[in-house]
Design a protein around this ligand. Structure first.
Ligand SMILES: Nc1nc2c(ncn2[C@@H]2O[C@H](COP(=O)(O)OP(=O)(O)OP(=O)(O)O)[C@@H](O)[C@H]2O)c(=O)[nH]1
Ligand SMILES: [Zn+2]
Length: 303
């Protein structure tokens, strides 16, 4: 039996549980669906964040996902699709900002073609603002937006809200930086249902959290991705690493050697810019650390 195309609705998958999917339609209703038999063979398993068309539920039956729209990007672990933006959270207090981890996450955002935003939380712990200032200086040349906030005092939260509008955003960063605290401030009232679960339950520590989309406003979602800060980065081809550094791109073609990796090569424009203080020294040192790591990984993979 073929499906009447005009009966189909479109929606976005909020979460999947054991072969069932919660699909939010344009009117804000959540439908429990399963997936059409052949769908897995054709495009694989439906993922949280997928834009789908589905046949709405009838009588006692569930709805059925018929098609999945092509994905903008796709994460394997956690399984998720179509994330527009990554907000990387670090702190101006404790735990002290792990800038190497930050750089890894920024590289990941570039690889997945997500917009990246830096969020410095716990600014209440940085009375003279020196830590914040140091981080801002370190990342000024990258062009990434930097937001200073305090989840504790609910300060600067509006600046995050403004960046979320119309997008699917994920939060990344080491344990204890305040991701949960920030997400709770960004979600509307406690009474809001997220895929049938209350906000409290959804983010609760007592339930097994799964990858899910939380509604932060019309067309605005936060992708809650437990375990996200734990993933392993694989940089891939060492020669491509510099592509993930927006501030290095404008120096392309200015080094003496074609294919300069801005490491030890003579007459390197990037190293020159670092020496002259145009580019941050620490960020370049970490770049070189990741470069040697990438070379090592590459060697192991292909030797
Ligand atoms: N002083 C201060 N403390 C904060 C702030 N934001 C969060 N905290 C505290 O920092 C601790 C960790 O916050 P969480 O929101 O659980 O951090 P998380 O990043 O979600 O941690 P994981 O779930 O382990 O990844 C909690 O005790 C919070 O109360 C802030 O802006 N200022
Ligand atoms: Zn160079």
């Amino acid at each position: 039996m073929s499906v009447q195309e005009d009966q189909l609705k479109t929606g976005i998958i909020l979460q999947g549980i054991g072969g069932y999917y919660e699909v939010l339609d344009a009117a804000g209703r959540v439908h429990t669906c399963n997936a059409r038999g052949k769908l897995r063979q054709e495009v694989g398993k439906p993922l949280t964040g997928d834009h789908v068309s589905f046949l709405p539920a009838k009588d006692q039956q569930n709805g059925r996902i018929e098609h999945i729209r092509p994905r903008k990007n796709q994460l394997v672990r956690p399984p998720a699709a179509n994330i527009d933006q990554m907000i990387v959270v670090i702190t101006a207090g404790v735990p002290a900002a792990d800038l190497l981890l930050l750089d890894r996450l920024l590289i990941q955002a570039e690889q997945w073609e997500m917009e990246a935003v830096l969020c410095i939380n716990k600014c209440d712990m940085d009375e003279d603002g020196r830590v914040e200032e140091g981080i801002r200086r370190e990342y000024a040349a990258t062009g990434y937006p930097v937001l200073s906030v305090s989840a504790k005092n609910a300060e600067g939260i509006d600046n995050i809200t403004a960046r979320l509008k119309g997008k699917v955003t994920c939060f990344a960063g080491q344990s204890g930086v305040g991701k949960s605290s920030l997400i709770n401030l960004l979600l509307p009232g406690e009474e809001m249902e997220t895929g049938g679960l209350s906000k409290k339950l959804a983010r609760g520590r007592h339930t097994t959290r799964r990858t899910q989309l939380l509604r932060a406003g019309p067309d605005t979602f936060i992708m809650d991705t437990p375990g996200f800060s734990l993933f392993e980065t694989n940089i891939g081809d060492p020669e491509l690493l510099q592509e993930y550094y927006p501030e290095y791109r404008s120096y392309q073609g200015q080094c003496r050697f074609n294919g300069c990796l801005h490491d030890r090569e003579p007459d390197c424009a990037v190293r020159q810019a670092v020496a002259e203080g145009e580019l941050a020294k620490g960020r370049h040192e970490r770049y070189r650390t990741l470069l040697s790591e990438a070379r090592e990984q590459w060697r192991r993979q292909y030797d």
